[in-house]
Design a protein around this ligand. Sequence first.
Ligand SMILES: Cc1ncc(COP(=O)(O)O)c(C=O)c1O
Length: 506
Amino acid sequence: MPVREDDASAFAEETLDPANWSEALALSHRIVEDAVAYLRDVRDRPVWQAMPDGARARFFTPLPRTPEPLADVYRTIAETVMRYPMGNIHPRFWAWYMGSSNFTGALGDFLAAVQGSNLGGGDHAATLMDQQVVNWCKEMIGFPAAASGTLVSGGSMANMIGLTVARNKKSGVDVRERGVAAIEMPLRFYGSDQLHGCHRKAMEALGLGNRALRRIPSDGGLRIDIRALGKAIAEDRAAGFQPACVIASAGTVNTGAIDDLVALRALAAQEDLWLHVDGCIGALLAIAPENAYRVAGIETADSVALDPHKWLHAPFEAGCALVRDAIAHRGAFAAEEEYLKTSARGLASGVWLHEYGLQTSRGYKALKIWMALKEHGIEKFGRLIDQNIAQARYLTDLIKAEPILELVAPTNINIVCFRYRPADADRVALEAINSEIMLRLQDEGIAAVSDTTVHGEHCLRAAINNHRTRRSDLELLVRETIRLGDDIAREGEAAQVPVQNRFRAP
Ligand SMILES: Cc1ncc(COP(=O)(O)O)c(C=O)c1O
């Protein structure tokens, strides 16, 4: 029988639970009402706005030592965090590569926090749901049911998991026990010069070092040059290295280019290399009826990284690593600890999910993904991916129709690289004008795009990974880019200052 202590006042014991549940409920209702209105009206607000000093100052207050009513705490949040967001849930946010979240996912995160489970493992419902979401991810990309996987913070960690298993399998020694110094021939990993920066971090963290990752030139379509890759592998073998792993990009971060996965699978098989696919951007194309063909072959990879917080729009964070060889996957991370023993029944009789990654405690990421997938069904998510790709094509056509705008890279999927290009501007001037356009679009709250350099050419970059974007938003982007570009050009002519010197910080 549980012990019940009726006379709590006899003890000076405290708890974090609300002292008054009715007040807590009333405030919670208000927060939910505000949250619903916040999301409903997101289009009416600026995409982003600079924080005034007064709002910034509120994050430089001393450590709170005494209590403050929750209603006051919430007011601070409403006046700061909610008013000055990054903006990635806004229909005109296309910077870097984000997802735009969804309300059901937010409810999932709330319930996950209320329920409070630790997904390190154990026999409880959340563990089963975590495994089910991983199984659904496998199914989405056509991976075998016997493969394993794990939900992680995002793509960087998902790639890290895949590359760790690749290193261990290809090292020829017990790396876990003996370390990388025991590897006889230095390992080489390969990817295109368009690889995401997280792979460099992974190589460093894996003890292989940045130089062990050879960047192979990309072709005119920004995809890895397979002949150059074959040549690099042969050179490395001749020089005493051990080619170990090809990292294919299924959607590069710069332009969305998708490497030829079928050719890479064939080459990896021929050369006995691990094939890891960085599918953080593009793996989920596999569920999009009109565009699934672009990632044909992904189901043959040895490991895949994908990101539910991108094209499934799960609230941050949610990434997923999938590994074909479940035994190798567990073997790369599992360590039996005396304080985490499996029991025949009871709480510890379930699967230990922490044995598939680096974390021991794990947040309950599955619920927000599970609820949104159940509510909308996978077919809708697939259509939304097709919709973003069609929108990127539409934006591309709008840009092509404007003589003052220029497309800087081919539009592959949902990333459009373009710039404002006055006839007389050199490279330096172009970068200055376009950077200023980007900043004014942000400052005026119109749209958020970012910039990058593709094969040496600076450009603006719109990554349309947003289920709220409409074509009219893209028409506005084109109109405003031209307006701001014209303004900037006019200001320069009036000031008689070379354009490249106009926007330097004093
Ligand atoms: C191709 C690619 N790989 C990896 C990552 C890293 O993913 P995350 O930011 O979820 O860690 C990104 C992020 O945009 C990406 O575009």
